[in-house]
Design a protein around this ligand. Structure first.
Ligand SMILES: [Zn+2]
Length: 98
């Protein structure tokens, strides 16, 4: 399977690392969470059927992160987004915008 890096173009899936579900926001004040809430943040992830967003890093290439929209049923990638230009470094920057 090929994954298309926004910078490098289509490359083998083996060059990429999946960073998991996109749009997970790190709790603002982790100290105030219970152990259970913190555990939920660390370990609980939706496992949706259908289209969802994931973070990927082109680990064997440009080592940049991007966001891919993927259908978990067909494994078809449907689109790519970068993290707003300037610093493609970290997902946490994006946050929730809704
Ligand atoms: Zn790349």
């Amino acid at each position: 399977m090929l994954i298309e890096c926004p910078w490098c173009g289509p490359r083998a899936e083996s060059e990429f690392s999946c960073g998991g579900e996109a749009d997970i926001v790190r709790p603002a004040e982790p100290d105030k969470l219970s152990d259970r809430e913190w555990g939920d943040y660390l370990f609980m992830r939706k496992n949706p059927r259908g289209v969802h967003r994931e973070q990927w890093m082109h680990a064997q290439g440009c080592r940049r992160w991007f966001m891919a929209t993927r259908d978990t049923v067909t494994y078809a990638f449907q689109g790519y987004e970068t993290f707003g230009g300037a610093s493609a470094g970290h997902a946490a920057k994006e946050g929730k915008q809704s």
